[in-house]
Structure formats: structure tokens, C-alpha cells
Write a protein that binds this ligand. Sequence first.
Ligand code: DGT
Ligand code: CA
Ligand code: CA
Ligand code: ZN
Length: 573
Amino acid sequence: MTNVDLARLLGRLAALSELAEDNPFRVRAYRRAARTVLELEEQIADLLERGVDLTELPGIGKDIARKLATMVESGRLPDLDALAETVPIGLIEVTEVQGVGPKRARTLWQALGVRDLTELQRAAERGAVAELDGFGAASQAKILAGIEAHRRHARRLRLGDADAVVRPLLERLRALPGVQRAEAAGSYRRRRETVGDLDLLVVAEDGRAVGEALAAMTGVEEVLGSGDTRTSVRLQGGLQVDLRVVPPESFGAAWMYFTGSKDHNVALRQAAVGRGWRLNEYGLYEGGGRRLAGADEREVFAALELDWIPPELREHRGEIEAAREHRLPALVAVDDIRGDLHMHSTWSDGKNSVREMMEACERRGYAYMALTDHSQALRMTGGLDAEKLARQFEELDAITAERPGITLLRGLEVDILKEGELDLDDAWLARLDIVLVSVHSLFDLDRDRQTERVVRAVSHPEVNVLAHPTGRLLGERDGYDLDLDAVFDACLANGVAVEINAAPERLDLNDVHVLAARHRGLIVSIGTDAHRVRQLDSMRFGVEQARRAWLPAEAVLNTRPLDEVRRFLAKGG
Ligand code: DGT
Ligand code: CA
Ligand code: CA
Ligand code: ZN
């Protein structure tokens, strides 16, 4: 069980306890513990394995420590199972609907027998909610809208999780007899950070057979609909898949249409209409009906006198005008990356040794890498103080002496302390090749104080990169309240790069923030924050978000050759 799983179970326990009208202090304690777990850098499972006493963590007492150990051991939380006998588990989702909350959920359950979201929707649609004391027609309408919104948001899957499903699924489809082509479209192809549902396109002789094969695949939980050209299924874990079978002469047009985005499509269609033509998912047609293009995307773009637009840019942010004027940027690509500037080793909470991380980076063909373990304030991670750093340097001297293949930059991910002070003294900061700074505590400070804190940290002359600048965890935790404009200004004034943290649960900065950063002229560093060798693979997720922000390779620090990176780190340009 990961920390996210553990926090989710504790959160559910808190919600059910509250619905059961349990002691409010206990409810609060569960919530607090869930947050502590979520904000931890190191996995609870690893802490337990090392024999760390969990009660040392803030907000974790003996009782919750025991629960955590049970969950890690068995994957279950018996108290939650017991409570679920008396309170319907589906009510938790009801409490999450805007305008409901635990008190009202309890009322809806006891007065109307509502046990889950669907039952609440039915009760509201037949008008029963409006008749309850303290509800009324307005609040019933609000609840219906809330259910709709909840369904829209709560069901989005992180891109990284979608990838794990989609890649094997496409392979299986491509291996089916009679399938000529199978591709993903939609937000997945545009590499949005989360995916609502998955849109797949297939060229095949027998559409029905492909649909049936999809429906029969392992991992498919429910078939929502099927026909000759379209099949919809829901996978375990909730992702909905819409598969469409298209004729080869329409494939390009269909791929464009279902890749979207919707706003991009609308603008593109207007471009066709402007010439007296028609563009839809079947092809591009002259007014008289003569077909101009359709089989191939590039052919359709070319017929419209547009350069081909990479899917990541199809968000209606000026890409069509840029394609017309041949000024789309050459977007950064994974192959442009020459090094990874954020990673951890067993010196703090990483799972692989420095040597293993170096070998893995060398295998990737990187010219350089930065080792950036945590600083001492993150005690649970075994963060480094000056004394430990000195010992690390000795090991690094020995390793670099034997490995000429890749350059190791000596770094640290230095914690930003309460008032923006740094968690290492200046003399040691000066000895590092690269200094990352980041916030790992006091997420709740008000906007002004949080902003001041981060601005002060990046204004320190030894700082090079602001790592995971907003602190958000996708789908789990919003970023801290921060005036990013002010932070960006301070970074620019001090020669500090902002990070795209490529870990799929972070993607921080996001695409929109990166666009803003780039407009200000900031340099972006893409770092994986890898805590084990395998996570070095996350680089591509960071690159994809950079592409969504229109970044060319020059805007990304770690596409540059080593001497230029060193010059940047020395604040010489
Ligand atoms: P998602 O699934 O919420 O992450 O986002 P998308 O972009 O994958 O949206 P989805 O699955 O509803 O539709 C896939 C694509 O199909 C969408 O990006 C554009 C196209 N599309 C869907 N509905 C419409 C529409 O009403 N008009 C136009 N022009 N295109 C549409
Ligand atoms: Ca979709
Ligand atoms: Ca769809
Ligand atoms: Zn980190």
C-alpha cells in the first residue's frame, strides 16, 4: 500500500465515522493523520520496514500507528470494514457532493434511504429532496448540479495511470486479426495531465469483431454499449474506453476530430468553412462534395494550408494561426534531454545507490545528472546535514574517479524553512554544484506569508532551481496558496530556473504555469525527482507538459550541453 492508498483509507474511515456520529475528536484525528501520511516524502511501508516508530510523526498516536501497520500488512482496515456494516459505504461519495456534506448525507440516508450517489440523483430527480426539512427546491437543484460536477471531476485518471492501461491495450488491439491500425485520440493523445475517458480509433475489416474482442479482454468490467462501428466499455479502476472503427479513407480526419480538443476542432472547421469547404470526422470536402483529404492527418492539414500541429498544442491557444504562418515552435523532445537534474539516492529516501542511479543515467545516454538528496529538516527521509553531506562528498569523489562516462553534479534538495531560510549553511551551499529548493512543510500558510517565504528562498544567491513550485499532488492535494507571478519575478531576477517535476503524481509546474513562466523569460528545468532507477523514465511526462506549454528545447535547461548548464548554475547567463 502506498501512502496515497493509506491516506485514502484513513479518509474513508474519517468520513464513515462522521456519518456514524462518532466522537468528533476521533474523526478529526483520522483526518489529520490522513494528511500527515499524504504529505510524507517517504513511504510508510518503508518506514515500518526500517523499524521507525510512527508515533514520532505529527498527528500519529498509538492507535493510528497500529492501524497503519495493519493496513500495510494486510491491505485492509478492519475498523473501516466494521463501520461499513452499519453505514453504507456509498454515502461517502454523497458527502463529497457540493452542497451536501456529512450532516445532510445522514439526513438523506435516514429520511429517504439514500445509500449512494445514484440513489441521491433519483431522489432529487423525483423531487423528494426538495420536500425534506431544511432542503427546498433551490438546494435540490444545486445538489443535482453537484452530482453532475462530481461525476465529471472525480473520474479523471492521471495520465501516468492511463498510460499503464492504454499502452498494453493498444498492443492487444493491434495484434487482433484484421486490425490494420489502432491509435489513441482524445485528451490522452494531447497528453493532458488527466484523462476523462479514453478514445480509441481502429481501422479494421470487421468492426463488430474488434468490439467483441475488446469486450472480452481481461480488465474490462462492464460493456456499456456495442455496435458495428462503436464499442464502449468500462475498465477495472473506472476508466471508460470508447472505441470507434473507421474506414481507412477517413482515418486521418477521424483521428483529428477525436483528438480534439473541442475548441481546436471548432476553430479548424471554421478555417475550412472560410474556404467554402466542409471538415468533419469523415474527411475534408469541397462545397460541391468532392473529397480533398481524409486518410491521413498531414494531408488534411496540408490541404488547409496549415503546418501539421502536434497534438499537445491542439488546445486552441493560437496554434492554428501559428500553423498558418509557419511559426509553430520546434517542440522539445525526450531525445533533446541531456541530463536529469532532480533525483534521490539511498543517502536520503531513495531506493537505489548513487552508483546505481549513475549507471542508469549513463544507460539513458545522459551527459550529466544531478544528485539532489533531501536536506536535514526532512528527518524521516534521512535528510543530509553538513556532516552527512561531507561523507557523501567522499563517496562521490570515489565514484566519479572510476566513472568518466557521465558527469555527476553535486546537489541537494534543500528544504525551505518556516520564514524562507534554507536548511543548510551558506558555506556548504556554496560547495554544491546545484541547489534545488522546495517546500515540504507548512502548506497552510496564507498566501502572503507563503509567497514571501518562497520569494526569500529563491532570492538566496546560491539557489538554482525551485523544485515542484506549487506542491500539488494530482487528484489528491491542491498546491499551496502562492502568488506565482511574484515567485516567477523573483526567480527571474535571481537567475533561478523553475522546475517541471516530471513525477506523474506531481507534474508541477503544470502546462499553464509553464506557459506563464516562459512568457516572463524564465528557464525551465525538467527533473524526474526519481527515488528509484525505474522512475527516471518519468522524464517523458515532464517533456510532454513542456510541449503543451509550447517550449522549444532552448527553453529547457537540461537540454543544454554541460558547460552551458554550468554557466547557468554559476549565474553567468
Ligand atoms: P476528456 O475525455 O474529458 O479527458 O477530454 P477529451 O478531449 O478526450 O474529450 P472527449 O472524450 O469528450 O472527446 C474526444 C474528442 O472528440 C474531443 O477532444 C473533441 C471531439 N469532440 C467530442 N465532442 C465534440 C463536439 O461536440 N464537437 C466537436 N467539434 N468535437 C467534439
Ligand atoms: Ca476522452
Ligand atoms: Ca470520449
Ligand atoms: Zn524531491
